[in-house]
Structure formats: C-alpha cells, structure tokens
Ligand binder design. Structure first.
Ligand SMILES: [Zn+2]
Length: 224
C-alpha cells in the first residue's frame, strides 16, 4: 500500500532519489531510487563477510549508492531507505540463517536515540522481518552505557569502547534463552560492536546468533 501511494505521489510531485540528487519517476524495483542507483546497488551486492575470524551476512559493500542509502537512513531519518537495504540483507540471510528466527537490532544509548529520533538498526530489523516470512523483530538488547562513535578508532580501542556497553533487556531474557537470533547493524567495519553485542546474547543463553550488517566497510570475502 505504501509502495502504491509512493508510486502515485511520484506522478504528482517530483521525488528525489534517496541515494543521489536525481529525480525518480517511481518506476523500477524501488520507487525511491533512480535507475542509475538501482543498477549501482546491484553491482555493490555483497552477501557475506569475514573479519578477523568473525563472519556474517551483509547486503552491500559500503560504497557509492549503498553508502548514500545507509547515510540517508542514519543521518537524515529517511526511513524509506531501510526497505531496499533490508530486503537484500534478508535474501542473504535465506542461506546463512534459514528458518524462523528473531531479528535483534543493535541498540543505541537512550540519549543518542533521542537526539537522532530513530534507531537505524531497528528500522533495518523491521525491513528484514518484513522481507522474510517467519522472522520477527526482538528488541532484546539495550545499551546502558554511552560510547564514543567507533569511526576513527583503531581495532583495540574499538573493542574497549564497546566492552560492557550492551545488556539483555530484563523483559526479554526468557525469549533469548535457547533462541536462534540474527543481530543486525547498519555497517560493519571491524565487527567490534557486533561481537560485543553477540557475546551478551550468547551469555544470556541464545542457541545461535548470526551477525548481519546492511553494508560492509572493508575489503572482505564476498559470496558472489
Ligand atoms: Zn539515484
């Protein structure tokens, strides 16, 4: 329905592509992306990654139109960017985490969430769940300790920055026990954030935690 409304609107109002300044006429796979960015996104697909022995699922390399989409979602609050990112990540998870699982977004500290107005990882988790029958969002983690942005920190400092930053929300402890989970973040660089959040879920009794990021910021092994 939202897709139909957006397509109809594009004939009345000139829509800007979410990833570049071009106008989009509401045609193509997504009414929110121009044809050029749609083609570029196809070329940037990257199904999985491996960083220092940790591996996971992804949707794209963090470059060009994919980087622009992630930044539009994160910094401009363009929630429409979550759908194309989440659907491609969902397709990657078809192979890496088949069957029904809970999708856990990497949480923001409440102050950052309040400043930004939304959690980009939660929007991605909802988009993955919408694209994958049997998946459901499980906001099992909270972030009681504020951390510095990971950008600009080296590997060791990134680890120390997020060490002890995450906790399982008390209400969700029974749902995590024995559960198969997918942990979702927007971008993976050194995987320090995803590892720290995964360790908390495993310590709480999750039976399996697959790591996932909409985009990968480093040179990685790609599945295709
Ligand atoms: Zn574009």
């Amino acid at each position: 329905m939202a897709h139909l409304a957006t397509t109809w609107l594009s004939h009345v109002l000139p829509l800007r592509c979410l990833a570049c300044p071009a106008r989009t006429r509401g045609s193509g796979p997504s009414p929110l992306l121009c044809r050029s960015c749609t083609a570029e996104l196809h070329a940037l697909r990257c199904r999985d990654w491996e960083i220092d022995g940790t591996s996971g699922a992804s949707g794209f390399r963090y470059e060009g139109a994919a980087r622009a989409l992630v930044r539009a979602l994160k910094f401009r609050g363009a929630l429409g960017a979550a759908a194309p990112l989440g659907s491609v990540l969902g397709a990657a998870l078809d192979e890496l985490a088949p069957g029904a699982v809970g999708i856990v977004p990497v949480p923001l500290h409440w102050r950052r969430r309040w400043q930004r107005g939304h959690n980009q990882s939660a929007a991605l988790a909802r988009a993955v769940a919408a694209a994958r029958p049997g998946f459901r969002v499980l906001a099992a983690l909270r972030k009681p300790r504020a951390t510095r942005p990971q950008v600009g920190l080296g590997g060791g400092r990134r680890r120390r920055n997020v060490d002890g930053a995450f906790a399982v929300a008390r209400l969700h402890i029974p749902k995590v026990l024995g559960a198969r989970l997918v942990l979702v973040d927007d971008v993976v660089t050194t995987a320090a954030t995803l590892r720290a959040a995964r360790d908390v879920l495993v310590a709480a009794g999750a039976s399996e935690v697959t790591l996932a990021a909409a985009a990968v910021a480093v040179e990685v092994r790609t599945g295709r």
